[in-house]
Every structure is written in structure tokens, then in C-alpha cells.
Design a protein. Structure first.
Length: 424
């Protein structure tokens, strides 16, 4: 089975090379994915290894690393990521708590073995649900404890995992600790095959991104041509056709509220070209975020289209109203916490399966508005533009949900350190 998996993964990797080339994903550190780790990482003695895929998980990894270092300062901590943006995020946020950063190795037996021999980790911790069979199996064989933290099993992922339950159960059996975001996540991972005694509900660490915002400062609105009296409608992590819906809505909103500004941050920036065409066909001038950052100006009445990666978390701070994408489109919704932590009124559609618990907490407290469709979204935005007091009330309640659910990072760090102490 392991041999067949390796063959499949190697063929997949070879087939994916042209895609990486076309998407510009080749970079100077790509050799790390083949097991050639940086010297600074290899020089560390028996580090705790945390894996985070991309930007969102990297922010969580930085929090967890900081808490572990606070409680056990002598333990070196390294973090791996899969994406360039994740690597950049952990480099920035983890500068005071992370001792080494590298790109995650491909899950091929000889590459995984090379990395484990070279790194000699004392423990492996994966953020959310990154289940790579070879690496997890080799960790167990080498007596290295494995933990899955901030675990979240979305509706679609659960269905897919249950279809291959006999395979996934064998992987889960090798993991010694599961810290999940909710009781539903815990129940699902047990149904997938995890031992119930190894599970604990510790909450979502993303709720802890409050207060100092992990060292992030609010975005300067004037830097993107937004005045003090302007009202910014920020649409984050949008999917097709949500951008079209928002532009259509904005054509009506702008006639009534010329102080309104629309900022669209698509989930996949390769779609920006098509989105820009649609914006201009609707009669608006479209300013690309990359051009603004290079010194360009935003035309009056223009729509700002963010064509770069890694800015959304801070950009939310510049908003007056936030729409969370992937929620009218049937994509399961994106993370509403990132907007709520900046005390912003949040709107999302009916499809929030990826963040069901958080969405229910926010709507239940009055900290978010759930809309059913495009017309309902327009109605809510118009109401909020007219009523600053209502915007403020929703924002305060949203932030209250964040505060009342904080502490997951500390609970998770305690569980991880308990495993280390018991393993020692």
C-alpha cells in the first residue's frame, strides 16, 4: 500500500509541475519540499514541529508557538508551511517565537524519512486537518508523538473522509491527540475512526486573534484613497458569482450613497482579470490594489479590486461593512472571525458549512446578519449604510463573541505539553 501511494504521489507531483510553472509557484526554496531543509533549522536540537498550510493556519501556528515558548522556553519550535504566503505570514508573525521555518516536504517515503532523520523532532503538531499518511506513519514508527490541533471537519470533508474510512482510520490511529474546535468536530473525527479517549474540545484558536491582533496594525484607509467620510463595503474571499452580485448591488447603492466605496477581495486572484472586466462593463472604474500600492490613485467612484495575496486580514480593519464570501456561492463560506475581531459588522449568506458553529454564535448573539440571496444582501447593506448606530451595535456584539470564546490557544498548548511530558 505504501509503495502504491508513493507511486501515485510521484506521478501526481510530476503532472503538477507544469501547473506550478504556469501559476508562478516555483521559488528559490522549492528544494525544501524535497527534504533539503535550511541549515538554521537543522542546527536546532529536537524541535517541536508545527505544520500550517497557508495564511490562516500560519497565524494560528504563530499563536500556538508563542504560547508554547511562554510555558516551555527551552523547547525549540519550527513551523512548516505549504504556500509562499503562509511562509511569509509565519516569518512575520513568528519572529519572536518561531526558531525555524521551512516548506513542508512532499509526502513520499524517502523524502519524509530524510526530513525526520535530519530534523529529529520531539513532536509533530498539525493545524486543522492535514492528514499526510506517510509522514504520520513514519513519525509513529520513530516513536515521535503526533497531535492534530484546532481540528475542524467541514460538511464536505466529512463526507469525503467517510467514503475512505478504512484508509483514514489507519492514519488516525497513529495520532495521539486530537484537539477540536467544537463538539461536532470531535464527534465527526471519532466517527472517522479516531479513539474517543484521545480527543478533547479545546475551541478555535482563531478566536484568540484579538487584542493586539497578533502584532498587526489597522490598515491605513488613506493609503488606498479612502476618505474619512467614505463608507467602505469590504467583500472578502469572494467566489463567482458573488463579485457580479456585489457590483450589480453597488450600481444601485452608489446612486443613493455616493460616499460608499466597494472593495472586492476574491478568494482566487487569478480571476481578477475577468472581475475587472465586469466592473468596468457596469460603468465603474476599477483600481487594482497592486497599482495603488505602487503609487497609483483611486479614481472617484471607483471600485478597488485586490489582486494580491495576504492582505485581507488587515484590510478588514479599513471596512465599515463586511461581506464574507463563499456564503452566497455554494462554497461553505469563509472565516468571519477575521472581520469580527476588528469590530466590524459582518454579513454572510446561507452557505456557512465550513464555519457553521462560528456563524451560529455570531448570528445568535446579534453579531452578524445572515442573508438569503443577492436582494436580501442589498437590503441589509442599505440599512446599515443609513444606520451607523446599528453598525456599531452589530460590531460590538461580534467582538463580544470573539472575547467570550478566547483561551483555546492556552488550552491547546497545555494539552500538547502534557503529551510531551508523558512521552518523556
Amino acid at each position: 500500500m505504501r509503495f502504491l501511494y508513493d507511486i501515485f504521489f510521484i506521478l501526481f507531483a510530476i503532472g503538477y509541475l507544469p501547473v506550478m510553472l504556469l501559476k508562478g509557484k516555483f521559488h528559490r526554496d522549492l528544494a525544501q519540499r524535497f527534504g533539503f531543509l535550511p541549515g538554521g533549522v537543522l542546527a536546532l536540537r529536537s524541535p517541536l514541529w508545527i505544520h500550517a498550510v497557508s495564511v490562516g493556519e500560519a497565524a494560528v501556528a504563530a499563536q500556538l508557538a508563542a504560547k508554547i515558548k511562554e510555558k516551555a522556553p527551552d523547547i525549540p519550535v519550527v513551523v512548516s508551511t505549504t504556500t509562499v504566503t503562509g511562509n511569509e505570514m509565519i516569518t512575520r508573525l513568528g519572529k519572536d517565537s518561531v526558531d525555524g521555518i521551512f516548506y513542508y516536504p512532499l509526502d513520499i517515503s524517502f523524502i519524509v524519512d530524510r526530513v525526520i532523520r535530519a530534523l529529529r523532532p520531539r513532536m509533530y503538531v498539525m493545524i486543522e486537518t492535514e492528514l499526510w499518511p506517510n509522514l504520520i506513519s513514519r513519525m509513529e514508527k520513530n516513536g515521535i508523538p503526533v497531535a492534530l490541533v484546532n481540528g475542524r471537519i467541514s460538511d464536505s470533508s466529512f463526507g469525503n473522509y467517510m467514503r475512505i474510512r478504512p484508509v483514514i482510520r489507519g492514519v488516525l490511529d497513529k495520532i495521539g491527540l486530537f484537539c477540536t474546535q467544537s463538539e461536532q468536530d470531535r464527534e465527526r473525527i471519532v466517527r472517522m475512526g479516531a479513539c474517543a479517549e484521545k480527543t478533547a474540545v479545546t475551541g478555535s484558536m482563531k478566536f484568540d486573534e484579538t487584542g493586539g491582533r497578533q502584532g498587526e496594525e489597522a490598515f491605513d484607509r488613506s493609503a488606498i484613497g479612502i476618505g474619512k467620510e467614505d463608507k467602505v463595503i469590504m467583500a472578502g474571499s469572494t467566489h463567482f458569482p458573488e463579485e457580479h452580485d456585489l457590483v450589480d448591488i453597488f450600481t444601485e447603492i452608489y446612486d443613493e450613497h455616493p460616499e460608499a466605496r466597494l472593495v472586492i477581495v476574491p478568494r482566487h486572484i487569478e480571476r481578477c482579470g475577468a472581475i475587472k472586466i465586469y466592473i468596468e462593463k457596469a460603468g465603474f472604474r476599477c483600481a487594482l490594489f497592486s497599482d495603488i500600492a505602487a503609487g497609483g490613485k483611486v479614481p472617484d467612484g471607483g471600485v478597488i479590486l485586490v489582486d494580491t495575496i495576504g492582505h485581507l486580514r488587515r484590510l478588514y480593519s479599513a471596512a465599515d461593512i463586511v461581506f464574507v464570501g463563499g456564503s452566497i456561492a455554494r462554497k461553505g463560506g469563509q472565516n468571519p472571525i477575521e472581520a469580527a475581531r476588528w469590530k466590524k459588522p459582518v454579513i454572510f449568506g446561507p452557505n456557512m458549512g465550513n464555519f457553521r458553529q462560528v456563524a451560529e454564535m455570531l448570528t445568535g448573539s446579534g453579531g452578524a446578519v445572515r442573508v438569503e440571496d443577492k436582494e436580501h444582501l442589498k437590503s441589509v447593506i442599505l440599512d446599515l449604510l443609513k444606520d451607523g448606530r446599528e453598525r456599531g451595535m452589530i460590531a460590538e456584539k461580534a467582538f463580544g463573541v470573539i472575547q467570550s470564546n478566547s483561551g483555546a490557544t492556552e488550552r491547546t498548548a497545555d494539552r500538547v505539553l502534557d503529551v510531551l511530558r508523558n512521552a518523556g
